[in-house]
Design a protein around this ligand. Structure first.
Ligand code: URA
Length: 247
């Protein structure tokens, strides 16, 4: 057993540094500045030790993931790939893109096969359950390519709510972000997670979607992540998601 890991736990600054909060020195400063709590209590001494498996550590009120076995990944799902871990018919799946990883991962929610963009995968069941559950209302943002022009009154109509066959849908934000050759690029944010929701919604208002990309899930952004690539969520993204999900 190393001197850093006696039976009583691991030094708080080491645990914070391993969780991606910065160098040990930077983490010591976070502790000294009184920004860290362990199991609800403020800890300002550097000697504190914690059990990463059981302690709840927060920095500035946001929970930090300490459990080394848990992974949280952001994938840029390519068009044409099924949101499934495997497919009995041999079609390409997101499972193929993480097949080299040893964890038992599952995807959180789904994107249609034809939809691209941000998909979160994890092996943390409680996190996945909460993130997919409508009660937590995490906002998702999409960019859609649709036939233009788009009427100026559309944003108001979509924010007021559109009646679909399975009930009304209201968007949080709607914006035209570009035009080219008679086509419009629109950005839609909503916290409803029903099947094909963005395609059905835009279809219902006369703008059938040609291309759809999910660009954000709450604080997690796709940015310039390459199609088919996978990255770990940052400590800041995860902390913010834990907060939104009451974890
Ligand atoms: N809305 C859709 O229409 N498709 C998706 O994949 C996600 C949201």
């Amino acid at each position: 057993m190393s001197s850093d890991q006696p039976a009583e736990g691991i030094r708080l600054q080491k645990v914070l540094a391993s969780a991606g909060l910065g160098s040990r020195r930077a983490c010591e400063q976070l502790i000294a500045q009184g920004r860290v709590t362990v199991d609800g209590r403020g800890v300002a001494e550097l000697g504190s030790r914690v059990d990463p498996e059981t302690s709840v550590v927060r920095v500035d009120g946001k929970r930090v993931n300490l459990r080394s076995g848990q992974v949280y990944l952001a994938m840029n799902k390519p068009r044409g790939v099924l949101t499934a871990m495997s497919d009995p018919h041999g079609r390409p799946t997101v499972g193929d893109l993480v097949a080299h990883r040893s964890e038992r991962l599952f995807h959180v929610g789904r994107l249609d096969a034809e939809t691209e963009g941000l998909l979160i995968l994890t092996n943390d069941g409680e996190f996945a359950h909460r993130l997919a559950h409508p009660s937590h209302e995490v906002v998702k943002t999409y960019i859609a390519e649709v036939p233009g022009p788009v009427d100026r009154s559309l944003a108001r109509r979509l924010k007021d709510g559109i009646e679909l066959e399975d009930g009304p849908v209201r968007v949080d934000e709607f914006q035209v972000i570009g035009y080219s050759a008679g086509r419009a690029l629109v950005q839609v944010s909503l916290h409803v997670g029903r099947n094909h929701i963005v395609r059905r919604l835009l279809d219902a208002v006369g703008h059938p979607v040609d291309r759809l990309v999910r660009t954000a899930i709450g604080p997690v952004r796709l940015a310039d992540q390459r199609s088919g690539s996978i990255r770990e969520l940052t400590a800041a993204e995860l902390g913010e998601l834990y907060r939104l999900l009451d974890l």
